[in-house]
Design a protein around this ligand. Structure first.
Ligand SMILES: Nc1ncnc2c1ncn2[C@@H]1O[C@H](COP(=O)(O)OP(=O)(O)OP(=O)(O)O)[C@@H](O)[C@H]1O
Ligand SMILES: [Mg+2]
Length: 663
């Protein structure tokens, strides 16, 4: 092997039966499995090519991909592992669509291989010597499914993927099981959509065009997608993500949600982005979170700026110094931007801020700062917002040169008909179908929710006697009302937690058994009111999300206002224990729940509200001093005038107010 040749990574894919061995070539138990295996091989080959790999002669394997040859690549190992994980995922999807009892066994080996002599670039007989391919194939000692990598691959990509060391077997080379890419996507992206994407070709083309320009110019651009609730903003994003996923370059897609309804916290969306980039889970303790952040920062930044940037990122993930001093926005903005720029210098980046109309003013200021100040790297910033954003900021985006607003108008009659059809709804020649077409106002969420309601009620949506509700709001309320009381109460508790929730919380809040919660959630998922997320932000807990935020709102509103405070109080206990030593990260949220709970007159709730408001002020001091001042003031108001606590909090408020916002 030539010692100075750039490393090449070889990916070997085998398709195995989950119950017994057998690849595409071996005699499977039936034709169905063979078809599934053929499909799987095609998917594997496609993913390898998409990630820039070259397909090599597969020999006895299902597919072999070579990364870093014939064209050398610095990120060959990363591409090979990403391809392997995507192959595994593509085959999992296939299994879900049409179970064939198959799974993927893949191995990545990195080395300085000599290219095979008999390689002819046009005839493409064989690129790598077969010994190199066999060495990679042999990394799987027990033949089970999964993606394993060798030591060189692990060394090159250890910070990019979550790995688990495979216990060493005598004489075998060391290997690691690759679990997933570090970092998570946004919640709505990971959910399976109910209907195929319909229409919106122009919007996808526009987004793709802007993205291409960002790449070409190596400069930022801000796109704001605006439109009424349910019109398809998040879905457009998800489709755009699919579109990018099919491109050859690796893109870092990082997404954060702005939380509203008092449940928001300063810079929460940016915190989600930083946590996503660093693979930090809500359930991680402070030491684990700090370590993960350290790795993420080390990946992209060198001394001397590394430490300074890390210190400014820490409050975003709930790590606070003992006595936080207010930090002016300019200092934070520069450090946060540096982190993002350093990442985007390695791969193009798409930064998504979902539901910007709910954002705190610190987030709005930072998004503007990014769009205006990022230099020399490709960052596409995409925000979604309902029209209320312009009530808060009439000129949003207007003063920024490199900004575009995409307004989503109602879907055309033709597209809505297609959508109704693909959801199995009534044709527009039936009275019910015609009424739906008129009532929905081009809103796809209306169509989905209405057909869901008809199915809940066991009603025929085509029949003449049925009149759709007048508004989306009324429609959502009707869906909640159609539930039996137990399921409605369960959904109500979930709504108290938020758009995203975990079964443990519901069990704790209602003294329910885990089994009961599981059954209830199963029924709610079957009715398409909630859906499980692919990956959870809480270790060991399946995460669920409402199908739509409006449904969460309807479920919350369905609870009599007299019982809401006690539900909030029940939640705080669970959430505080989950937050552990990173409680500061959730302090503003916990303060919100505690304040709601004080309506029961509970002294415990009042004590919590004071404590969490103060802690939320401490967190915000490091992120957005103006917000910190407001939080400290609210905390002060809960202490008697003239008390020591009142005085200390009033002082803290004054100090924070002096630090920001800047002129
Ligand atoms: N073009 C489309 N084709 C098919 N289904 C769509 C389309 N656009 C939206 N939908 C479906 O309609 C529902 C609502 O869309 P989405 O969640 O994107 O709305 P939204 O604009 O983000 O609303 P909100 O402001 O409440 O966040 C989703 O289930 C989505 O899958
Ligand atoms: Mg949305």
């Amino acid at each position: 092997m030539p010692p100075d040749a750039p490393p090449i990574s070889v990916l070997v894919v085998d398709i195995v039966g989950t119950d017994q061995g057998g690849g595409p070539g071996s005699p499977g138990p039936d034709a169905a499995r063979r078809t599934a295996a053929d499909d799987a091989v095609n998917r594997a080959r496609r993913q390898i090519r998409l990630l820039g790999g070259t397909l090599d002669a597969p020999g006895t394997h299902a597919a072999v991909g070579v990364f870093g040859a014939p064209v050398p690549r610095v990120d060959a190992a990363e591409r090979a592992v990403r391809a392997a994980l995507r192959v595994a995922e593509a085959v999992e999807d296939l299994e879900e669509e049409a179970p064939g009892g198959i799974a993927v066994r893949a191995a990545v080996r990195t080395g300085a291989y000599a290219l095979a002599d008999d390689h002819d670039p046009d005839g493409a007989e064989r690129l790598l010597p077969s010994a190199a391919v066999e060495a990679a194939g042999a990394l799987h000692p027990d033949g089970g499914p999964g993606v394993v990598v060798d030591e060189a691959t692990h060394e090159a990509t250890g910070s990019l993927f979550e790995y688990q060391a495979v216990p060493p077997a005598g004489g075998q080379p060391r290997t690691w099981l690759a679990r997933a890419a570090r970092g998570r996507f946004g919640v709505d992206l990971e959910l399976r959509p109910p209907a195929p994407f319909t229409g919106r070709e122009h919007e996808i083309a526009l987004l793709s065009d802007i993205y291409a320009r960002v790449l070409l110019e190596g400069a930022p651009h801000l796109v704001t997608i605006v439109g009424q609730a349910g019109i398809g903003k998040s879905r457009l994003l998800a489709e755009f993500w699919n579109h990018l996923d099919a491109r050859p370059e690796l893109v870092y897609w990082r997404q954060g949600r702005c939380l509203g309804g008092g449940a928001g916290a300063a810079l929460w969306a940016l915190g989600e982005i930083v946590k996503g980039q660093s693979s930090i889970l809500e359930s991680d303790d402070a030491a684990t979170a700090a370590e993960k952040l350290e790795v993420a920062v080390r990946n992209f930044l060198d001394e001397p700026e590394r430490d300074a940037v890390r210190r400014r990122l820490e409050p975003l993930i709930g790590l606070l110094p003992d006595s936080p001093d207010p930090v002016p926005a300019s200092e934070n903005h520069a450090a946060w931007r540096r982190f993002l720029e350093a990442i985007a210098a390695t791969h193009p980046m798409v930064l998504v801020f979902e539901d910007l109309h709910l954002a705190d003013s610190g987030t709005l200021a930072f998004v503007t700062h990014l769009a205006e100040e990022v230099r020399g790297v490709p960052i596409l910033i995409v925000a979604t917002a309902r029209l209320e954003l312009f009530e808060r900021d009439r000129t949003w985006g207007g003063a920024i040169g490199n900004a575009t607003t995409i307004t989503l108008t109602p879907m055309s009659g033709r597209d809505i008909r297609t959508l109704v059809g693909s959801l199995g709804g009534p044709g527009d020649t039936t009275p019910g179908g015609l009424a739906l077409l008129e009532a929905c106002g081009g809103n796809p969420l209306f169509v989905e929710a209405y057909l869901g309601l008809m199915s809940d009620l066991g009603a025929d949506p085509a029949s003449p006697g049925i009149r759709p509700p007048e508004t989306l709001h009324a429609l959502m309320a009707a869906r909640v009302a159609a539930l039996d009381p137990d399921h409605r109460a369960l959904l109500g508790d979930a709504a108290v937690v938020g758009k995203v929730f975990w079964p443990d919380a519901l069990a704790a809040m209602g003294n329910r058994s885990a089994r009961g919660v599981e059954e209830g959630l199963g029924e709610l998922a079957r009715r398409e009111l909630i859906r499980p997320a692919r990956r959870s932000s809480v270790e060991g807990q399946q995460e669920f999300a409402f199908w739509h935020l409006l449904l969460r709102d309807a479920a919350y509103e369905s609870m009599p206002s007299s019982v809401r405070p006690e539900r909030h109080e029940a939640l705080v206990g669970w959430a505080e224990q989950l937050a552990g030593d990173r409680v500061a990260d959730h302090a503003e949220l916990l303060a919100h729940h505690s304040l709601q709970a004080t309506l029961t007159g509970s002294e415990q709730a009042a004590e919590r509200a004071r404590r969490f408001l103060r802690l939320a002020g401490d967190r915000a001091a490091s992120l957005d001093p103006a917000r910190a001042a407001a939080l400290y003031e609210r905390a002060a108001a809960l202490h008697p005038d003239g008390s020591d606590e009142h005085g200390a909090l009033a002082d803290a408020a004054a100090r924070a107010a002096a630090a920001g916002p800047e002129p």
